[in-house]
Structures are given as C-alpha cells and as structure tokens.
Design a protein around this ligand. Structure first.
Ligand code: NAP
Ligand code: GCO
Length: 264
C-alpha cells in the first residue's frame, strides 16, 4: 500500500515553488522520494526558494524561467532532463492575480493574468507530454481555484484563467489518457499565502479584514487553509494511487463549495 504514495525515483517539476502552495507540494513530494525542480520568473525568488529547501534538508534545483516564454520553457525542460532526469510529474502551480474591477482593468493586465495562469500551464504541459508518452506515462497536476467554479468582484481575469485551466485539465486528460498520462487538478479554497495576504490584513483598529471574516463565514471549517493542507491531496494525485483518476478537479476548500454560508 505504501507504494501507492511513493514517488521514489521520480522527477517532479513544480512551477513557482519558491514558497506558498508550490513549496508545500514540493516538500510533500520530496518526503515521498521525488527529486525536486522548480522555477520562478525572478532570480531573487529562486534564491529565496533554494534557501528554504536547504533549510528543510531538501535537495532541489531552482531555475529562472517565465512560464509564459515557450522557448525558455522548452530549454528548461531540456536542461532538467539533462541535469536531473525526464519530468515524471508536472505541477502547474505558478500563478498571479490582479484584483481590479473589470471595467477599470487594462486589456494588457487581463492578458497577462491569462498568460501566466492559463497559457503557462499549456506551454509547460506541451513541453513535457512528448517525453511522458515515450516513457509510458506521467502525471500533470494543475492548480485551479474556487474561481474555477465561482466569480467575485475584481477577479474577472483570474476567474477566466482558472475556469479555463479546469477545462484544459479535462482536455489534456481526454487527449492523452490513452498514453497513461493522468491530468488532474487541485482546487484550493482560501489559503493563507502571500497571494492572499492583502485579504487578511488586520484593520487599523486591530479587527479582522472584512474579507477575512467573510471567508471564515463561508467556510464550514471556519478557518483559512494552509499550504500544508494541500500536501496529502497533491501526493495522492502524483502517485500510483490515482492511476485511474483523470480529468478530476479535487477541491481542497474546507467545504466552501458545499456551503451556502453562515447566517450573518
Ligand atoms: P504566491 O505565493 O503568489 O506564489 C506564486 C509563485 O509563482 C511565486 O514563486 C512566483 O515567483 C511564481 N510565479 C509567478 N509568475 C510566474 C511566472 N510568470 N513564471 C514562473 N513563476 C511565476 O502564490 P500561492 O498563493 O502560493 O498560489 C500558488 C498557486 O495556487 C497559484 O496558481 C494560485 O493562483 C493558486 N491558488 C492560490 C490560492 C490561495 O488562496 N493562495 C487558492 C487557490 C489557488 P516569481 O514572482 O518570482 O515569478
Ligand atoms: C481572491 C483570492 C482567491 C484565491 C483562490 C481561491 O482574491 O478571491 O485571491 O482567488 O487566491 O484562488 O480559491
């Protein structure tokens, strides 16, 4: 049974895994025996991530590479293959959000969010699938969102991207399942990371941010998630335990999507 969750001998590439959700997922994979590689668009973030991995006793390789740059991603995959080994597990975690009311949002900003959060996973997946086919299979895990299912004010670009990522997940599963490639997604709820820090900032009087209180009322677990809450689900989708799971969006949200919300 332990082999169902073992990643011994596997190479896992987690995009954007310098901290936050990606880092927690990479840590879970390392503890399950995988070799870890990650990339960020900035050297300082890669350096920050490498320092964290070293502190946690994890051997990881970090590379500067913007997931929206197809030539750079292709070169990165060649470099990973040469320096570490062919990618067995890809986690499309790198992502950005811009919280702007839609009618005030520049088209360029909308396009950038779509480019990072949707085209990036397309580019990275396209870069690793041929080698996975040659080697008899692989795992692709996309990091979706509550916004793959729900909208809210100011996140039109992000919701459009994450909704699209849900369907890209299903399409990769459909197109490449016959090659023993499983493509699934994790849909985290509201997780306490740098990306959501603005939504949790204490008010000047020390009270909770209104959005913080809102999420607590919308979550049956009555708490924000932590990156560590995603480690088990991510490990399940990366190992042989999920070999017959394909095109699935696994929501890890404390019950938000099941719940109408607490009466104010
Ligand atoms: P985060 O703390 O903002 O970290 C994002 C990471 O992605 C950083 O390492 C960043 O490094 C990297 N990145 C951003 N743009 C990139 C690019 N173009 N190329 C390569 N790397 C890039 O994010 P997080 O909260 O951990 O979220 C990780 C993923 O989970 C995202 O896809 C997010 O949409 C999703 N998610 C988050 C939550 C949540 O509540 N936090 C919930 C659901 C889904 P650089 O800036 O140096 O590139
Ligand atoms: C927001 C948040 C969310 C979370 C996450 C929820 O502004 O609503 O940033 O989008 O990041 O995606 O699942």
């Amino acid at each position: 049974m332990n082999d169902l969750f073992s990643l011994k001998g596997k190479t896992a590439w987690v995009t954007g895994a310098a901290y936050g959700i990606g880092y927690a997922i990479a840590r879970a994979y390392a503890e399950a025996g995988a070799k870890i590689v990650f990339n960020c668009s900035r050297q300082e973030t890669v350096d920050r991530g490498l320092a964290a991995y070293i502190k946690d006793g994890i051997e990881a390789r970090g590379y500067v590479c913007d997931v929206t740059d197809e030539e750079a991603v292709k070169s990165l995959v060649d470099r990973i293959t040469e320096e570490v080994g062919p990618v067995d597990i890809l986690v499309n975690n790198a992502g950005i959000i811009k919280r702007i009311p839609m009618t005030e949002m520049e088209a360029e900003d909308f396009r950038r969010v779509l480019d990072v959060d949707l085209t990036g996973p397309f580019i990275a997946s396209k870069a690793v699938i041929p080698s996975m086919i040659e080697r008899g299979g692989g795992k692709i895990i996309n990091i979706c969102s509550m916004m793959s299912e729900l909208g809210r004010e100011t996140v039109s670009a992000y919701a459009s991207a994450k909704g699209g990522l849900k369907m890209l997940t299903r399409n990769i599963a459909s197109e490449y399942g016959k090659y023993n490639i499983q493509c699934n997604a994790i849909g985290p709820g509201y997780i306490a990371t740098e990306q959501t820090a603005p939504l949790r900032e204490k008010q000047p009087d020390g009270s909770r941010h209104p959005f913080d209180s809102f999420i607590i009322a919308k979550t049956p677990a009555e708490r924000w998630g932590t990156p560590e809450d995603l480690m088990g689900p991510a490990l399940f989708l990366a190992g042989s335990a999920s070999d017959f799971v394909n095109g699935h969006i696994l929501y890890v949200d404390g019950g938000i999507l099941a719940y109408i919300g607490k009466q104010p």
